[in-house]
Ligand binder design. Structure first.
Ligand code: HEC
Ligand code: HEC
Ligand code: HEC
Ligand code: HEC
Length: 137
């Protein structure tokens, strides 16, 4: 009897550990996006807050099925790994100043503009300097 109880306890402890593991992936809270920054200041990005605004795959579009729960077992390559030196000339490149050629401008500004239509008071930045702060003089 006592032995069965102990085995049950051990199994319970293991499942708790597994749940803790899945929840404990190092998901960055805030990220400074700076891998391409040259002409403009690096961009502060509230990563975790965006879990409320969008699904993981809205942004990590090559990590099929990515969710908070399976993040530990899913590969999440950085945007830069494909968008700094894209293999294909058609693929958006992060060094572009244009709205339609830069993967971040398409993704970030695209969603913010859409959101603004219904939520005029939103803090979601759409102006250049709101994302790329001007250096202080
Ligand atoms: C919603 C945020 C956001 C807005 C608004 C925005 N950008 Fe960006 N921009 C980014 C991000 C993120 C990057 C990628 C930075 C990196 O990878 O270092 C970037 C990259 C750039 C780059 C290439 C990197 C560099 O520093 O040379 C330029 C140039 C640029 N933006 C200009 C602009 C201009 C001009 C505007 C206004 C028309 C603008 N951006 C509006 C987020 C934004
Ligand atoms: C609004 C866009 C957006 C959403 C939504 C989003 N992420 Fe991210 N995430 C990013 C950006 C941008 C980076 C920085 C990547 C880079 O440096 O190129 C990042 C970084 C990461 C990294 C670190 C990658 C590395 O190797 O540095 C992980 C892991 C990650 N995200 C998982 C998730 C998961 C899981 C979700 C959903 C719960 C999620 N993200 C939702 C945009 C987003
Ligand atoms: C494994 C490589 C890879 C990774 C990682 C990756 N991308 Fe892409 N991305 C591509 C390729 C290739 C294209 C062009 C073909 C296509 O649209 O799928 C693209 C296209 C895009 C587009 C244009 C889509 C459209 O409809 O015009 C955006 C925006 C974008 N990526 C943003 C991002 C962001 C933001 C990240 C990181 C959170 C990211 N990508 C990570 C390879 C990648
Ligand atoms: C799919 C939609 C979506 C995408 C993609 C997206 N955002 Fe946002 N963002 C939002 C919403 C919604 C808000 C919150 C607006 C509010 O509450 O008023 C927001 C707010 C913000 C804020 C203000 C601080 C905060 O967290 O409320 C910053 C800074 C920001 N976004 C940066 C970015 C950058 C940089 C990217 C691209 C890497 C990005 N966002 C991509 C939807 C998005």
């Amino acid at each position: 009897m006592r032995k069965i109880f102990l085995v049950t306890l051990a199994v319970m402890a293991m499942s708790v550990a597994l749940v803790a593991f899945a929840g404990d992936v190092e998901l960055p809270e805030n990220i400074t996006i700076d891998q391409c920054a040259k002409k403009k200041a690096p961009v502060e990005f509230t990563h975790k807050a965006h879990f409320e605004y969008a699904t993981c795959v809205d942004c990590h579009h090559t990590s099929e099925g990515l969710t908070l729960e399976n993040a530990a077992e899913t590969e999440v390559p950085t945007c830069g790994s494909c968008h700094i030196e894209p293999e294909d000339a058609e693929t958006p490149i992060c060094s572009s100043a244009k709205k339609k050629d830069n993967p971040y401008h398409i993704n970030c500004i695209g969603c913010h503009k859409e959101f603004k239509v219904e939520n005029a008071e939103t803090t979601a930045p759409t102006k250049c300097n709101a994302c790329h702060p001007k250096p202080e003089k």
